[in-house]
Design a protein around this ligand. Structure first.
Ligand SMILES: [Zn+2]
Ligand SMILES: [Zn+2]
Length: 301
């Protein structure tokens, strides 16, 4: 019998009491998701055959950064407000950061919806500026927006299911939102399932032999590091381009991983990779903090 998400969550908390607080925060966000309607993200996508074909061929995601401008975030706005409230109730540093965020919006007379839209449509320099103004770290802002938009993206994935049927996509970015995968699951027959960091979409791909970011094939420089005996998680890191991605060795295709749980379980791996000077796949090497965003600005290889 399949284990429910709740059972998995309690098992994780029991086994890893040091991660209890993060898992519980996630649990509360999950409750918000269940109690909220999603926004419709379909207007962000041009579904005409030729456009879809062209993008598949050239490795461009269906969503461009500018298309977020066409969307309404009315429901997401309510969700973000609820998530900020949960943060505030968490006390400590979380509470301080949540206060800063809400008072920035209040004082500047701006809405949560405005924040979501501008951060998504503008570039990294803008994110840096606004995070400085708010005194809220950019990666945290992106994380909150990502968690806020999750159910709307999930609904979009459902809607696009037929379009994505027999998707043949070996590019190292999410075919829907253009975000980078943060996790690969090894499947049988040498296939790999990638999970998008931003929208949580997952797709099966024929991974290249070497580095998924730069294509370097050199077993001495592209390596699986830090294999954890119980979690099955490891870092696939490339000394050529200094990019890394976490890989979970879980060969059963029927067992689809929960990317949120995996993200929490892999926190120590991200820290280890950062300490060794690697940056997450798809992120500019100048950044030491994790900022992966959706929407392509121009085609990538
Ligand atoms: Zn995505
Ligand atoms: Zn590389």
């Amino acid at each position: 019998m399949a284990i429910s998400k709740e059972q998995q969550l309690s098992a994780h908390i029991r086994a890893r009491p040091h991660l209890r607080e993060i898992f519980q925060f996630y649990q509360k966000i999950e409750e918000i998701w269940h109690a909220s309607p999603p926004d419709d993200f379909l207007p962000a996508i041009d579904l005409r055959d030729q456009n879809v074909r062209e993008r598949r061929k050239t490795g461009r995601a269906l969503i461009d950064r500018q298309s977020f401008d066409r969307l309404s975030f009315a429901n997401s706005e309510v969700q973000l407000r609820k998530i900020i409230t949960v943060m505030r109730q968490g006390g400590g540093e979380k509470e301080v950061l949540a206060q800063r965020l809400s008072s920035f919006l209040r004082v500047s007379g701006r809405s949560e919806s405005w924040l979501i839209k501008t951060v998504l449509t503008r570039d990294d320099a803008y994110l840096d500026r606004i995070s400085l103004e708010m005194e809220v770290p950019g990666p945290l802002l992106m994380h909150l927006i990502k968690m806020t938009l999750r159910i709307s993206f999930e609904r979009l994935h459902e809607t696009l299911r037929t379009v994505l049927n027999d998707l043949d996509w070996d590019f190292p970015l999410c075919p829907i939102c253009g975000g980078s995968p943060f996790l690969g699951q090894s499947l049988s027959e040498g296939k790999r399932r990638y999970f998008c960091f931003f929208c949580s979409f997952s797709w099966v791909s024929n991974p290249p032999e070497g580095c998924p970011a730069c294509g370097l094939i050199d077993p001495d420089r592209v390596n699986l590091l830090y294999k954890h005996p119980e979690e099955n998680q490891a870092i696939l890191a490339c000394e050529g381009c200094q990019a890394y991605i976490k890989i979970v060795d879980q060969r059963s295709e029927t067992e689809v991983l929960n990317p949120d749980f995996q993200e929490i379980l892999g926190i120590h791996l991200d820290m280890a990779a950062g300490e060794m000077g690697f940056h997450p796949l798809g992120q500019s090497p100048q950044r030491s903090e994790l900022i992966i965003r959706p929407g392509n600005t121009d085609p990538r290889p």
